[in-house]
Design a protein around this ligand. Structure first.
Ligand SMILES: Nc1ncnc2c1ncn2[C@@H]1O[C@H](COP(=O)(O)OP(=O)(O)OP(=O)(O)O)[C@@H](O)[C@H]1O
Ligand SMILES: [Mg+2]
Length: 288
């Protein structure tokens, strides 16, 4: 990160001409991670709610830096995949590894302690359809909360970092605004900055534009495009924005009823889908 911002004693800032965020640097995978074959790996993962099998023996591997979009009909298990990766849910069976390390079990096969889990889950960040900003905190305070509490950064360090990420999402002018004073698109850009400030190596995006009008969705997608192009972060995206997925992602994975029915390059999936179910799903989305 460049240290090209100046701070007044009151905490306001004067950006200098060279004030730039260097996301490529901040999200570069650690050397150890670069040697790992998979950023995230699902091995025979199943998830059931009672008798309802939501994921069935899911095998999915994502390379470090790969940009992958999950598509499929409503209820096919896409959000569940992201929630499992974020340890917001526990699978019923199987294992999930982040940069080669299980997020469920230690090397002796015992469930991870809360501390071990917290360490590993920090490698992932997630942005949801609903922005989930704290309404009583300003934009700056929303961004500084996790760095100061989770990462134990100094107030100065966290503010500097927050301002750089605000600049990255084009909202450095909104430092003192409260979420209610921002448009939905702006709130979502803040939510992205809030996830990125913790420097996740894997970023999980779950329908982050679904609650937005097309114009505001466009602003948010532009920010994600920037993240995809300028950083080495691994992206797992659930979206109905097929044009965006085609343009930004390396691979499309098609889910149906808790299983992957087809996957491949955007060109293969969108122009030459093999499965009839993929074809009918794409038709329904594209005609919507
Ligand atoms: N907490 C829960 N309790 C019971 N069933 C659940 C729970 N969470 C998800 N499900 C069920 O799991 C299935 C998969 O849900 P999931 O949210 O992963 O689907 P999705 O592919 O993301 O769908 P959508 O496109 O509508 O967001 C659905 O049938 C859903 O009803
Ligand atoms: Mg979902």
């Amino acid at each position: 990160m460049s240290g090209s911002m100046e701070f007044s004693r009151a905490g306001s800032f004067v950006p200098t001409a060279a004030a730039v965020c260097d996301p490529a640097e901040s999200h570069a995978a650690a050397p150890e991670s670069q040697q790992t074959k998979w950023a995230i790996e699902f091995e025979k993962v199943s998830k059931s709610y009672g008798a309802h099998r939501v994921l069935v023996d899911l095998d999915l591997q994502v390379r470090p830096g790969e940009k992958v979009t999950l598509i499929g009909p409503s209820g096919s298990g896409k959000t569940t995949v992201l929630r499992l990766a974020m340890t917001l849910e526990n699978p019923t069976g199987g294992d999930i590894r982040v940069f080669g390390e299980s997020i469920l079990f230690d090397t002796a096969g015992k469930p991870l302690s809360i501390r071990q889990e917290a360490r590993i889950r920090r490698r992932c960040g997630m942005v949801f359809q609903q922005f989930n900003l704290f309404p009583h905190l300003t934009v700056l305070q929303n961004l500084m909360l996790a760095p100061t509490t989770v990462l134990k950064q100094s107030w100065e360090q966290a503010e500097k970092s927050a301002l750089e990420y605000l600049r990255m999402v084009g909202l450095e002018g909104k430092v003192r605004a409260y979420p209610a004073q921002l448009s939905g698109g702006q709130q979502q850009r803040i939510a992205i900055a809030r996830a990125l400030i913790l420097k996740p190596e894997i970023l999980l995006l779950d329908e982050i534009t679904s609650a937005l009008d097309p114009e505001l969705a466009g602003e948010v997608l532009d920010v994600v495009r920037g993240v995809a192009h300028e950083t080495k972060v691994t992206l797992l995206i659930v979206t109905h924005e097929m044009r965006f997925a085609r343009e930004v992602c390396d691979r499309i994975v098609v889910f149906d009823a808790g299983r992957i029915i087809e996957q491949g390059s955007p060109d293969k999936i969108f122009s030459h889908p093999e499965s009839e179910r993929t074809r009918s799903f794409l038709q329904s989305v594209l005609n919507h």
